[in-house]
Design a protein around this ligand. Sequence first.
Ligand code: IVH
Length: 662
Amino acid sequence: MGTEAKKRIETLRDELRRHEYLYYVLDQPEISDAEYDALMRELKQLETGHPELASPDSPTQRVGGAPREGFVKVRHSSPMLSLDNALNEGELRDFDRRVRELLGGAEYRYVAELKMDGLSMAAHYRDGVFVQAITRGDGEVGEDVTENARTIRSLPLRVKDGPPLFEVRGEVILNRKAFERLNLERDEQGLKQFANPRNAAAGSLRILEPSVTASRRLDYYPYFLLVNGEPYCKTHWESLDTLQALGFKVNPKRRLCAGVEELVAFCQEWEAQREELPYEIDGVVAKVDSIAQQRALGWTAKAPRWAIAFKYPARQEATVVENIEVQVGRTGALTPVAHLKPVNVGGVTVSRATLHNEDEIARLGVEIGDTVIIERSGDVIPKVVRVKSPGADRRPFRMPETCPVCGGHVVREEGEAARRCINTNCPARLRESILHFASRGVMDIDGMGEALVDQLVAGKLVQSVADIYNFKREQLVDLEHMGRKSADKLLANIDASRREPLPRVICALGIRFVGERTAEILANTFGGLDKIRKADIEALQQAEEVGPKVAQSIVEFFGEERNLKLVERLREAGLQFEQEVRRKTGGALTGLTFVLTGTLPSMTREQATERIEAAGGKVTGSVSKKTSYVVAGAEAGSKLQKAKSLGVPVIDEVGLLRLLGE
Ligand code: IVH
C-alpha cells in the first residue's frame, strides 16, 4: 500500500514536471489546464495522506509555503558583477577594438543575447535538485529567496544529468502580459501600480509571502552555468546549450557571431523588433565565446572585459500638451499630469505623462500648448523630457492654491516638492485611503472597488475608513449595482478582514513610506501596533530597512489626533493589533539538514538542535554535500572550511533564527 502510493507519487511528479516543462519552458502544452490541475490535485491528496513522502522538489511545492520573517543574507560563490554599457554603435565597436587588441590577433567569436529587463538571480542545484536561490544583492552578498524562487514555474526543481553541484545565473522577469494583468488588478483595487516590469519582478521576488510570488507568474531565463563559481563549459555558447538540455528556459533568441559586424546586425535586428517580443528588453549583451579568452581578458574592478551591454536608446516622440490637470492622492499630494495629444511611442499610445510637481514644471519650463518630447523607458507612465517648441498661444500652468477636489487649504511644507491638501476629510483623500485599505495584499476586501467607494464617499456613508466596520445592510442595498446578495457578500468580506494579520493592518493605515514590506518588518520587530505607536524615531530605526525618513513619517502619523482616533476605532472594530505567534510545528525547516559549529551567542548547541528539530529540521555531525546549512558561531573550525569548499551555505545565529521564523 505504502509502496504503491510512493510509486504513484513518483509517477505523478515526473508527469507534472514534464508538463511544466512543456508549458512553461517550451510553450508547447500537450494537455489542457484542467487535466494538469487534476494530476496536481491527485498528487496533493496523496502527499497529504503520506507526509513522510513530502519532498521540496515536488511540483506541489510551487504554490508558496509559509510566510517568512525576513531574508537571510548569503555570500555568492563568486561576485555577481555588472556590465559596462555601450550606448551606440561607435561604443560597441570601441569595445570590440579593445577585445581584438587584448587578444593579440587571435580569432574570437561573440555570443549575442537579448538583455532582458529584470533582476539577476543565482540558483543552486545539488544532486540535480534545486536547493537555493540568491538575489544579486550588492554583487557579493545577496538575499536567500529560495522559497519564492521555487514558485517560478520555468525554474526546474529537479534536473537530470547535470554536474553534482552547480549554479545557474540568470534573469528573473515578468513578461508584458503578466505585468499588465498584475497592474490591472492593482488598479482595480486602488493599489499603486508598478512603474515597469523590472520593478514588479523585483517586488514580487523580494516579498515575504511566497504565495504572493506564486501568483505573480515570474519567469526565469538563465545565462550562466557555473561550478564552484567558475564557468562549467569551454565556451559560453556550449553552456547555454547545456542549460537548455538540462531543461532550463534559455532564450532561443541568441546568436554566435563571427565578428563585430554580425554582432551589430543582431543588435539592429532586435532593436527594430523589440516591441513584438512578449517581454521588455533594454539592449543586447555580447560575450566573448571562449572561456579561455574570457580568462585572458579578465575583469576590471566592476565588470568583465569580455562582455558588454549594448543599450537601446529610450523611445521618444514629440507631442502637444493639451492641458495640465491636478490629481489628489491618498496623502493629499497634488500631482500635475500632462494631458497629451495621443501619440504612438514604440508601439504604445500615450495620452498622459506625469509632471511630478511644480518644481519639475519649472525645470522643464513647460506650458499648456507646448510641443514636448516624451519618453517611455519600459515605464508605464511616460515622462516629459523637455520642451521641443513653445506653443503659439501657450499659457502657463499654476498649481492651485486650493484643493481641486474639496476646495480646502493646500500647503507646501519646507523641503517638500509636493503641495498637499491638508483637509483630512477631503473626499479625494478619503476615496484613495479606502481603496488602499481594502485592496488585495492589504485588507483584501473584495467588492470594495472604485465604483462603490465613489458612491460611499459622495453619499457621505463614510467619513473615515473605520466607518466601513459599522455598515448596515440597509445602508448598502440601495446603492447602485448593489442588491441584497452583494451587500451581504460585502459585509461578510468586511467582517473577514478583521482577521487579517498585523502587517496588513499596519500597511492599511496608509502611513507614508510604509508599504507591504516595511509593514511586515515593523510587525516582526515590534510585535504589536501599540509598540510601534509608542516607539520614537530612534527605536523605530532599530528595525531593518527603516531609515530616518520612514521613522519620521511613522512618528508624525501617530502624532496626529485624527490618526490616533482612527487607530482606536479600528481596535474597537476588532482588527488584529498583535502579531500572531506562528505555529512552531508544521515545519519551517522540513527537509533541511543542519550542522552546528562554534559557539553561538545566545544558545547552546543543545538548544539550537532542539529548536531546529522542533521546526522539522535535522541536525547532523558532519558536513557533506547534503547539508543544507552550516550554522557557524565564534571560533568555528574545520566544519566551516569544509562547508566553504563544498559550497554549502553558512549562516550565523541570526540567520538561523530567521529561518526559524523568529
Ligand atoms: S551577463 C558579469 N547576460 O543585465 C556579467 N546579463 O547590465 C553579468 N542581463 O546584472 C551579466 N540579460 O541583470 C548578462 N543575457 C544576459 C542578460 C543580463 C539581462 C542583466 C543582468 C545584469 C545586467 C548587466
